[in-house]
Each structure stands twice: as C-alpha cells, then as structure tokens.
Design a protein around this ligand. Sequence first.
Ligand code: ASP
Ligand code: MG
Length: 422
Amino acid sequence: MALIVHKYGGTSMGSTERIRNVARRVAKWHRAGHQMVVVPSAMSGETNRLLGLAKELSPAKQDDALCRELDMLAATGEQASSALLAIALQAEGLEAVSYAGWQVAIKTNSAYTKARIESIDDKRVRADLAAGRVVIITGFQGVDDLGNVTTLGRGGSDTSAVAVAAAMKAKECLIYTDVDGVYTTDPRVVPEARRLSTVSFEEMLEMASLGSKVLQIRSVEFAGKYKVRLRVLSSFTPWDIDIEEEAASGTLITFEEDEQMEQAVVSGIAFNRDEAKISILSVPDKPGIAYNILGAVADANIEVDMIIQNMSKDGKTDFSFTVHRNDYAKTVDLLKTKVLPALGTDHIEGDTRICKVSIVGIGMRSHVGIAAKMFRSLSEEGINIQMISTSEIKTSVVIDEKYMELAVRALHRAFDLDQAVA
Ligand code: ASP
Ligand code: MG
C-alpha cells in the first residue's frame, strides 16, 4: 500500500460527467489499496471567468488590495471543483473529504496572485487517510500568516500537487492532463514527435522554461528539490483501464539516472516565440558598460535571457540581449530615456520577430560535437543564427521566427528523435 497523489487539470474536471470519471478512477486506485490524496484544478474556464468578472468591475492597475481580492475570488474555483469531486466519490460509496488550502493549512508568503508555498501541515490529512478516507485538497491556493487566502499563479495546481506529495512523502505524484505525456517536441509542429517514457527533471526544467507548457515550471523545480517522482499522463483513457497499465503510462519525470532508460544524447527540441531582441550599437568598450545597461533593466524588474557582447573595434562594441516580448517596448523606452544618453550613443535596434530554438539533453554533458551538429543542420536549411547560448544540458539559438518550424523539424530529424531508442 502506498500513498499516491493524483492531480487533475481543468479539462479533466470540466463537467459533472468528467468529475464522475475522475471519481471512478480515484476509487479504483483506492480499492487497489492505495492511500489517495487528490488535487484538482478549477473546472476549465472557471478561473478565466472569475478573473474576467473582476476586470469588468475594475480596469484599475493591480495593487495589493486588488490582488488580495483576486485571490479570494479565484480560489473559489478550486473550492467548488474539490467539493464536487468529494460528492462524486461519496456517491461511488467511498468516504471522502475536501479541504481548501487554508484548512490544511498550506502556508504561503503574502505575494498575492504569485504566492510561494512555505510549509504544509499534513496532520489532518494523515488522520483522514488513516481512517480510510480519500482526501481532496484544492490546487492553486494557500493562506498567509495573517490568514489571507493566496494563490500560486496561473497553472499553480501542478505546484500544489507536487508540494503536497513532497510534504507527505508520497510514492508518486501523477499529473492527469489532456496530453498523454512529454514529447520530444510539439507534435503539432512535428507529427513524428514521440512521447518520452522517461525524462530527467533537469531536462524537464529546461523544456518547461523553454516553453513546453505541459507543467508549471515551479512544480518541476519543487519535484527536483524534494525528489518527488512525477508522472504526466492522460486523463482521457477509460477510467477502468488496468491499473498496472495506467501506472506505467505517460512520462515519468525522474531524478534517478538509472531510471532514465532512453539514453539519447538529445531528448527534446523546445522552442518559443516569446522573446524579442535588443541591440545597442557602438557603446564604449570599458568596465561597467554591461552593468550600466543590464543593471537598469534589472532594476525595472525586467528579466533578460540571452546576452551577447561583440569584440570591440576602435574602442567601441555592440551589445545585444533578449527580453520577453511583453517587456520589449518598456525596455526600449527605458534604455532610450535613462541609459543611452549616458553612454554617448543613440543607436539602438530591436527585433520582435525572432524565436528561440533549443536542443535539450543530459547526454550533452558527456558528448562533444552536439552543438556543432545543431549548427550544421541549421546551415543546411539556410537558416541564419543570430545568437547562441549554452548550458550544460542545452544549446539555444535565436533565429528569424519565420524559420521556426523548419528549424524544429530539421533538428528533430538530425538528432533521430523520431526513432525509438534501442
Ligand atoms: N485554476 C488555476 C488556473 O487556471 C490553476 C490551475 O489550473 O492550475 O490557472
Ligand atoms: Mg494546468
């Protein structure tokens, strides 16, 4: 008998019919002898609906007072879905009880709309499990020291589930969702993309941060830190599918190297169109310049991703970096008004029509020539590389966004990702 956490996304909880299916699936696991904790999202569309109502009433800038109320509001979505699931489980003949985050309690800091979990008290939940009950805990939310309801940011139920699994030392945390696992790349771009049966959490972290939106990135960080075995699997299989088969399906995100059966050098190709490039030309090549530029950007709370400084010519150099596209206008404005005058240049160029394409794999640690192979396949397609950055387990390039799909397909082929690994 093991303690298992199930997490169901909004689509899986999208109607009473689907909630009944979730209840039947959970009941199957419970009857197989497992202690079950379930963390549901709000019914699909509900969080958007609630936040939309707030927007109708207040187009105002979001200050702390407003954000507090947004959390009070949005947290009700998960409270409703959790109670409905408990009701459905009771109708299946099980004892079930649901708790809102504050009832558990899941303690967070007070950063409304993006709170971080600080601790989870599992006493109450353990007592229920020991009494044979299924426990349902609302995703997405917690409570701060003063008793205010907080939420963890959009998609935060993943993080709730992993945090609960970590706190309770669950054997595994199963994330049921509308895709059947983690793929080598987006199958809408490359139809030959394959589901990975295992992926390391480090690779998953890179893929999540690079735009594969299967899991909220913080949930992956949590899983890595607290060594939670995490599995992403489909909630669209019939609820009465064989439990052994179900337990082995989807993608296992693991921290143990020997479980990583697929030893491909590159595990996946990630891509996104979320960034924009900014170049400042002819800045003096002397100490403090990078700090002058990027310090001002950081002070404005704008995150910078890739950075390139060219070799200098006649004491001048060019400096390029990328920011999120949403921050592009703000960054250019900030540089023009506050930074460039002091640097003695007004030469700034920007490009929002770029994309970032990355190859990711822990095998890159122990293999040479992987980046070169990437550059060769891009050159064979006639794709110009504008920027490059590398880490231990990934290489990313910035290219013109109109070549994004071509690049992803070429790389998927070049690294044999459409072929199962022996
Ligand atoms: N219901 C929340 C959202 O839509 C949290 C979640 O689903 O994970 O973002
Ligand atoms: Mg989600």
